[in-house]
Design a protein around this ligand. Structure first.
Ligand code: NA7
Length: 538
């Protein structure tokens, strides 16, 4: 029997980002008894945590907001790529409009969940001992819920470490300080841009160059937005037929269909548009054909080198020999990033040639020198895609843990359900288009599938649903076949699990694009869930 303070629910949602918020609103509207919990102190998901200087989204608005007219009608953004504080304001606005607060609990870290075959319910417990019992366990923990910091020798000796996604709410005063930023992912790039303006000395430690694209930020005044609001409905509809769930898509021709001159013109046009156009609205073979990919890289290289004065730095940031396939490692958007290296207060260390040896009380030692520092910002990323899920002790049928099941490779059906883990749905997790699907887009599409499935179960009097083993096997095969047909396996990236020592190397993303993913979800639901075992009520 459950302890007396157990909260009894139809569904427990974990995570207060776009996914969790969407499901809370719509499941409640459908009459479910549902609660949302999150370890953060408010709505926002990653945006609750990411408060570091310069934190902003890399997808422009209105792509990066919910498609619900009652929301966008009354909301104005101040920039084409809003910063994290403004996104938190947006979440607060959504929470009020949708009246979500009464069903949300914050500061709750879910530590474990156990499936009970007899009652067909999950018992879910928090770190502080709170207990919930729910028929459905809805994981909306996102792809970046578990931070990663490398295990450098004597790391504990230096006291002023900061991880960007644990940025103190009481802002540290970094003005005039000697600061190191380690890592050149999206976070490191944004931080370096900002800190270069205020630090007395900034040193950026780079392991792999980030092939950044110009953001083309725009400031809005007086109610003007990126697109007229009359166009919004049509634009949001378009997301379901594009590769990335964006409004734009790949061109319908290949790189060498064009003459060199046409190509230069096309690349330039994509470049000028900013956002991810040069990556995900370019020639349709860029991510599949090495020669096509190199053409894009060469254009990129010439553009970037022209912005850096020092020849040695040019070679580290934009190497003559292509370091990895363009776009097969997360491309970031920059706003003056390359120019910071022309400033006297900014240095760059290539840790491939000059590794970090250890850390002491005053800073970082590389094989070449000691860096005397006031702060070190460790922008070394996350145990992406799987870490946020496997850090919860999830026990399915016969007590098997999710972590054990995935030890030698992730297995899911549709990137949303797992054999042995009935009535559990994952949003924005591995083997879905995650990271290749605009966040709010997938929150809505995957959310709709989950809600539709719950409704189908209710109307058919099913109390248990679990994918079939052969369907899971085929989905895993599909994930790997799609990856093998692309250039993705040729680059070291968190898409392939490369960033965490000891993690299995495998493609963690469904690379077939949002359109085909959505087709797979709809086919499954339209046909009455043939790839799932359904259990009737007693
Ligand atoms: P990322 O993209 O995982 O970037 C982490 C960075 O840290 C990356 O440049 C890594 O180099 C670097 N790193 C990791 N370990 C080390 C060690 N040991 N030494 C030096 N450098 C290291 O995380 P972000 O927070 O920037 O972005 C995460 C996502 O959030 C982003 O993609 C967006 O979708 C939003 P590497 O490239 O692995 O050589």
């Amino acid at each position: 029997a459950s302890p007396p303070n157990t909260v009894e629910l139809d569904a427990l949602i974990v995570g207060a980002g776009f996914g969790g918020v969407y499901q809370l609103k719509h499941l409640r509207d459908e009459g479910y008894n549902v609660k949302l919990v999150d370890f953060g102190g408010d709505f926002g998901g990653v945006w609750y945590w990411n408060r570091y200087p310069g934190a902003r989204v890399d997808s422009d608005i209105p792509q990066y907001e919910f498609s619900d007219e009652s929301l966008w009608k009354g909301w104005q953004w101040s920039q084409r790529f809003p910063g994290s504080a403004e996104i938190r304001e947006y979440f607060a606005y959504v929470a009020d409009k949708w009246d979500l607060r009464k069903d949300a609990e914050f500061g709750v870290f879910i530590a474990g969940a156990t499936w009970d075959e007899e009652t067909c319910k999950w018992t879910i417990v928090s770190k502080c001992g709170k207990q919930y019992r729910a028929q459905f366990f809805l994981l909306n923990t996102g792809f970046a819920a578990k931070r990663y910091t490398p295990d450098w020798e004597d790391i504990g000796k230096f006291s002023n470490w900061l991880h960007p996604s644990y940025w103190p709410h009481e802002e540290p005063d970094l003005r005039g300080k000697k600061i190191a930023v380690i890592g050149t992912g999206a976070t490191g790039i944004q931080l370096a841009q900002e800190l270069s303006k205020i630090a007395s000395d900034l040193v950026l430690f780079q392991r792999t160059p980030n092939l950044c694209l110009p953001m083309a930020q725009v400031e809005y005044q007086g109610g003007e937005q990126a697109r007229p609001k009359e166009q919004y409905s049509g634009l949001f509809d378009r997301r379901q037929v594009t590769y990335g769930g964006f409004f734009f898509d790949f061109l319908d021709r290949a790189t060498f269909d064009d003459t060199p001159e046409q190509r230069r013109k096309t690349y330039q046009e994509l470049w000028d548009k900013g956002d991810f156009h040069f990556w995900l609205a370019t020639y349709n073979d860029m991510l599949f054909n090495a020669d096509a990919n190199k053409e894009a890289y060469d254009f990129w290289k010439a553009k970037v080198r022209a912005r850096i004065r020092d020849l040695k730095l040019q070679e580290i940031l934009a190497p003559d020999i292509q370091p990895h396939s363009f776009g097969c490692k997360r491309v970031s958007l920059e706003n003056g990033f390359y120019e910071i290296f022309n400033q006297p207060n900014v240095s760059l260390v290539d840790v491939k040639t000059t590794p970090i040896v250890n850390v002491d009380e005053t800073g970082i030692n590389t094989t070449e020198k000691h860096w005397d520092l006031d702060y070190v910002v460790c922008a070394t990323g996350f145990d992406s895609m799987t870490g946020g899920l496997t850090q919860i002790d999830i026990r399915g049928v016969s007590g098997q843990s999710l972590k054990d099941k995935w030890k030698s490779g992730v297995k899911t059906y549709l990137g949303m359900t797992v054999v042995g883990f009935p009535n559990m749905f994952i949003t924005y997790g591995p083997q879905a288009p995650t990271a290749f699907c605009n966040g709010p887009t997938c929150a809505e599409y995957q959310g709709n599938f989950t809600i539709r499935t719950l409704n189908a179960m209710k109307s058919n009097n099913f109390r248990r649903i679990e994918p079939k083993a052969d369907a899971e096997e085929k989905w895993v095969e599909k994930i790997h076949d799609l990856a093998d047909a692309s250039l993705f396996p040729t680059a070291k990236s968190w898409y392939m699990g490369d960033n965490i020592p000891g993690k299995t190397r495998e493609c963690l993303v469904y690379l077939g694009g949002v359109r085909t993913f959505l087709e797979a979800l709809n086919e499954e639901a339209d046909a009455g869930y043939p790839n799932f075992e359904k259990g009737q009520s007693l």
